[in-house]
Design a protein around this ligand. Structure first.
Ligand SMILES: Cc1cc2nc3c(=O)[nH]c(=O)nc-3n(C[C@H](O)[C@H](O)[C@H](O)COP(=O)(O)OP(=O)(O)OC[C@H]3O[C@@H](n4cnc5c(N)ncnc54)[C@H](O)[C@@H]3O)c2cc1C
Length: 374
């Protein structure tokens, strides 16, 4: 039986929402998690997770390596033609499918957390409390709301968030393949209008996930043709798509991906993960940021509200300040790198510079990544 009055309602059970619930469980806080889809489920994602999150995941009782996550310590980047440069990854990471990772976190929730599988369709703030309505016509009351519903949702439109009306020309495609690929590696292969990440997951499958502009994609006649023609001008991708055996019936795809600046607090809702801002996927760091934002919110909530009984405004200012200090610089650097790599002239110059001075690569990687979350 679900209680209808909560201290916190978390909207969206991806990495940010699940980690918030895991962090706050056992503190006698009444929490409801609303998630659209039952677990497990594949998601469009590169599935390379930076090691910076490992100590925190371990604190939450999660060890991805026990569940087969593949340690990754090398990075390979190729030009549009397939000329490659390799480097060590300063902190390293691991490969695990979102199918497994999200389910792993979900399974670790205890009975303190109420979970419903439903879609939140409206969030109203009135007289210092929220009313949340769902698609199945349920209504929940809470003192705080965490918005962890990802990159884009109908909720953003209903909430009148600015970024939702800006046009975006990005789409992404992902599928798993059977292919002989080094376990310790994440590769980023460039092509006209985008880039494709390859890395292994816990099942031994290779995850291929690419981001591209619609302008480039529309030159081809659908996904297969795009992979065979535009992407395969890169000899590394040509080899991959020629020999890899698809393990999905058909690839997953998403469009309308926005990298626009977003509000961290909107109408008193605490935005976490992609709902607060999406880093360019080539940084391989969006999952770490989502997990880290859960830690920031949860620690502040526990110290300010749960222990000190401070007011809402103090928590909002503190969360916004720490979020900006921790992530703004990384998001800006990510945007600059993406602009550089996708610009015809600048990318040639950049590759030449990196080949001559390979130590630039780990330096740039460090600029978009955090340190170990302890
Ligand atoms: C092409 C691409 C490749 C990427 N590759 C990588 C990578 O290799 N490494 C990396 O670290 N990051 C990568 N990222 C980024 C990463 O996927 C995200 O940053 C991360 O998933 C954010 O987690 P989240 O919890 O904020 O959102 P999500 O994981 O998207 O979770 C949001 C959840 O909210 C639910 N939801 C949505 N709307 C509602 C609603 N109205 N009511 C209830 N539930 C709702 C959804 O079903 C979903 O489960 C990539 C992103 C893209 C686009």
């Amino acid at each position: 039986m679900h209680r209808e009055d909560y201290d916190i309602v978390i909207i969206g059970g991806g990495l940010a929402g699940l980690c918030t619930a895991l962090h706050l469980q056992r503190h006698h806080i009444r929490i409801l998690l609303i998630e659209k889809h039952p677990y497990p489920k594949h998601k469009v994602c590169g599935e390379y997770v930076s090691n910076e999150v490992l100590p925190y995941l371990n604190d939450l009782g999660i060890d991805p390596h026990v569940h087969g996550a593949v340690p990754i310590s090398r990075f390979e980047i190729s030009t549009r033609e397939g000329e490659t440069i390799e480097s060590d990854l300063p902190l390293g990471g691991f490969g695990i499918s979102r199918y497994s990772l999200d389910k792993l976190l979900f399974d670790a929730l205890d009975s303190q957390i109420d979970v419903i599988f439903d879609t939140a369709v409206s969030i109203k703030y009135l007289n210092d409390e929220f009313i949340i309505d769902t698609q199945s016509k349920k209504h929940y009351k809470s003192r705080f709301v965490v918005g962890s519903y990802g990159k884009r949702s109908l909720l953003d439109k209903r909430l009148g968030r600015d970024f939702i009306n800006k046009r975006t020309h990005w789409m992404a495609v992902k599928a798993h393949y059977d292919f002989d690929f080094p376990e310790d590696r994440v590769a980023l292969h460039n092509f006209e209008g985008g880039y494709c990440g390859l890395s292994k997951t816990e099942t031994g499958a290779v995850n291929a996930c690419y981001l591209t502009t619609l302008r480039s994609f529309n030159k081809a006649d659908g996904i297969e043709d795009f992979q065979r023609t535009v992407m395969s001008r890169n000899k590394k991708l040509q080899n991959f798509f020629k020999h890899a055996r698809p393990l999905f019936e058909k690839p997953l795809s998403i469009s309308q991906i926005s990298f626009a600046k977003k509000s961290v607090i909107h109408n008193h809702i605490f935005m976490l993960g992609d709902s607060a801002g999406l880093i360019h996927p080539l940084c391989g760091n969006g999952m770490a940021i989502a997990i880290h934002s859960a830690k920031i919110f949860s620690e502040l909530y526990l110290s300010e509200i749960h222990i000190k009984g401070a007011n809402r405004q103090l928590l909002e200012s503190a969360y916004e300040a720490v979020w900006k200090k921790t992530f703004s610089g990384r998001l800006i650097t990510g945007a600059r790198i993406q602009r550089l790599l996708l610009n015809d002239t600048a990318s040639v110059f950049t590759y030449k510079a990196i080949s001559r001075f390979p130590s630039i690569l780990p330096y740039v990687i460090r600029k978009t990544h955090g340190t170990l979350m302890v």
